[in-house]
Write a protein that binds this ligand. Structure first.
Ligand code: CP
Ligand code: NVA
Length: 324
């Protein structure tokens, strides 16, 4: 007998932390058990393969539609969510925001209320985090963060899955983030606190994660250090992570390249990490900038597994959001 919960929209709510639809806004807005459960489910989805067993699919998924809205380009997020939803048994609609009236001034709030009457969940890649929050505040269906200027939680769920495949359970381990203190770094901070691992960030002082994220991590007792020395950060780390020096929407490329020149991950830096350390990068990668081709293509790199794991992690996210 299936214990699956029926797929349906839930009452509107007044804040993203209230009971209501199961939004995936950010990992720090979920409790530790839920973050752990989604990563465990991602491992399970990978073992299950393309044909997801009925017990792992939300009830009613055959009639469910995920709407995906993109305000920025995407390869992995777009394709992995699309295929994840299909493998679960549901359907998708992918829209560039300029295809919507949103692109010519309809409010986010009105868009949220209308899409809630048609679809079963919305995944959005938004320029501004505030757009994601406004969508979630006004929707009665789950809203999923497919990257904003502030965070990229679905990426880091796949990253943690990749770490665990190669190294083992992440709790108590050490991860080093080298380079820009950007949206992906912030989701790593959220994950470190919720999953109980140490995070050593090395970045130029002017590119540190915003103070509000650092204060939150410390207020939660997270073991997160922020410095400017990459060698110090990777010492003892089982995993070294970096990302592009210039994120989508940033216009100060020359300044960033200058600031980040000393933060490239190369073979020498990898040799200072723990023995057997792995290398992760959410991709797209810019060889010769944030990482050398030697490291990206080398034996410590897990970036292709990491990209694949977006598919499995996205199935776990969708299953959770849709009530499985
Ligand atoms: N890593 C990632 O989110 O890739 P896309 O920008 O291709 O979606
Ligand atoms: N930090 C990058 C991640 C891309 C997946 C960006 O926001 O462009």
């Amino acid at each position: 007998m299936s214990q699956r919960r029926p797929l349906k929209s839930r009452p509107a709510k007044s804040s993203v932390t209230d009971a209501g639809p199961r939004h995936l806004i950010d990992l720090h807005l979920l409790d530790a058990a839920t973050v752990r459960r989604i990563v465990d489910d991602a491992h399970e989805m990978k073992r299950a393969g393309k044909r997801v067993p009925a017990a792992m699919r939300p009830a009613g998924i055959e009639d469910a539609v995920l709407v995906m809205i993109f305000e920025k380009p995407s390869t992995r997020t777009r394709v992995s969510f699309d295929i994840a939803m299909r493998q679960l048994g549901g359907q998708t609609i992918a829209l560039n925001h300029t295809d919507l009236q949103l692109g010519r001034g309809e409010t986010v709030s009105d868009t949220a209320r209308v899409l809630s009457r048609y679809a079963d969940a919305v995944m959005i890649r938004a320029n501004k985090h505030s757009t994601l929050l406004e969508l979630a505040e006004n929707a009665t269906i789950p809203i999923i963060n497919g990257l904003t200027d502030e965070s990229h939680p679905c990426q880091v769920l796949a990253d943690v899955q990749t770490f665990e495949e190669s190294v083992g359970p992440i709790a108590g381990q050490t991860v080093a983030w080298i380079g820009d203190g950007n949206n992906v770094a912030v989701s790593w901070m959220h994950a470190a606190v919720r999953l109980g691992f140490s995070l050593r960030i090395a970045c130029p002082p002017s590119l540190k994660p915003e103070a509000k994220f650092i204060e939150w991590a410390h207020s939660e007792g997270g073991d997160i250090t922020i410095g400017s020395d990459p060698v110090q950060a990777v010492a003892g780390a089982q995993c070294v992570v970096t990302d592009t020096w210039v994120s989508m929407g940033q216009t100060d490329a020359a300044r960033r390249k200058k600031l980040l020149g000393a933060y490239a991950v190369d073979g020498r830096l990898m040799s200072k990490a723990a023995k057997g350390a792995i290398f992760l990068h959410c991709l797209p990668a810019y060889r010769g900038h944030e990482v050398t081709a030697e490291v990206l293509e080398g034996p410590q790199s897990r970036v292709w597994d990491e990209a694949e794991n977006r598919l499995h992690a996205q199935k776990a996210v969708l299953a959770w959001c849709l009530g499985a």
